[in-house]
Design a protein around this ligand. Structure first.
Ligand SMILES: [Zn+2]
Length: 348
């Protein structure tokens, strides 16, 4: 592997900034604008597909192009109903368990662009009021609700604030970097990978090194609902490398300090030969690479394949603990993934 400088402090800074910028699926414009501004700092003007995905291209030695995909959209919710007493019922955006957002600090975004802070609670949230009823309560769309930080006690009061059915609700990431190198926050899935795409772009430009192939970085904006990269992959692409979080937990080989090669997920196996090449690259570059299978998972590569794309495709990513809840990874996993991506882009 070429000895390129990887600025992990930059990757961490970008990641924390992206985490602090709300981007539930369908409401990603602010976070995408952030990515565009980071690219402008590097001298790159990115393009948007009609669907809103972001693409930038680094010219390479060979014209058969590689695409590197990561998604900026995250879990979130929409206002489903304004209840009589002024609380709001939610409709989930993306797949998660209701219990994972209990107590989450949120922002409601009105159609006029006003932001109202709020909290997700269940309908029997006070133990002093409901006692033994509270732990027995099943968490679902009927028993979870949003409490706005506004003096409201009726549907009319809420509507007077400009709140309406269909308003987006973003969950605060509450991002932080610990002294021990852990990065915590909601939505590390998949902003960690967007930060990795940016740090690798920066490293290649700084070292003035061309990738071996024309390389399209593709930031998708509808992954959490299953069809992110189903459209818009540039013509001439023969290979996709999807960057997305690796699932950490009991029975999984992935961990928070390594990059994982996902060999199979819900959508089936990824490209066998490409996987072998990635394993070789990791071995020769001294990168800690795990192989793993995710039982409840699909990726932008699966979406691109399902849409009829004829490319080789593989999936790598940093290990993320407690995915789709309050997540955690380590700077070591970000670095390992970025190193493997760099080795991949500069290899033949
Ligand atoms: Zn993801």
């Amino acid at each position: 592997m070429l000895a390129l400088e990887l600025d992990i402090d930059y990757a961490t800074r970008v990641l924390l900034d992206l985490l602090a910028t709300p981007s539930p699926t369908g409401f990603t414009h602010k976070a995408l604008a952030k990515v565009e501004s980071y690219l402008l700092e590097l001298g790159i003007v990115a393009q948007r597909t009609p669907k809103g995905a972001l693409i930038w291209t680094l010219p390479g030695e060979k014209k058969e192009a590689k695409a590197v995909i990561s998604h900026i959209d995250t879990l979130g919710a929409m206002v489903k109903e304004i209840k009589e007493k002024g609380r709001l019922r939610l409709s989930r955006v993306g797949g998660y368990d209701w219990a994972s957002i209990e107590g989450a600090a949120c922002v409601l975004h009105t159609f006029e662009g006003k932001e109202i802070t709020a909290t997700v609670l269940n309908t029997k949230q006070s133990t002093h009021v409901f006692g033994p009823e509270l732990p027995k309560l099943e968490r679902n769309d009927q028993t979870m609700e949003l409490r706005l930080d506004a003096e409201v006690s009726s549907c009319k009061d809420v509507k007077a604030l400009g709140v309406d059915v269909g308003n987006f609700v973003s969950f605060d990431s509450q991002p932080c970097l610990t002294e021990t190198g852990f990065i915590k926050g909601r939505h590390l899935d998949n902003k960690a990978s967007v930060a990795i795409s940016l740090v690798v772009t920066k490293a290649l430009l700084t070292a003035d090194i061309r990738p071996s192939h024309d390389t399209h970085f593709f930031i998708s904006n509808y992954e959490e609902v299953g069809h992110g990269a189903a459209a818009g992959i540039p013509e001439g692409t023969t290979e996709l490398l999807c960057l997305d979080m690796a699932a950490v937990g009991e029975g999984q080989a992935s961990d928070e300090y390594s990059v994982t090669l996902c060999v199979k997920d819900t959508s089936g196996p990824y490209d066998y030969q490409m996987n072998a090449e990635l394993r070789d690259l990791a071995r020769h570059s001294g990168i800690s690479l795990k192989s793993d299978i995710y039982n409840y998972y699909g990726s932008d590569a699966s979406a691109a394949w399902r849409a009829g794309g004829s490319y080789r495709a593989a999936l790598i990513g940093p290990g993320v603990d407690a995915s789709h809840a309050y997540e955690r990874t380590h700077q070591k996993a970000i670095e390992a993934t970025a190193k493997l991506l760099m080795a991949y882009l500069t290899s033949n």
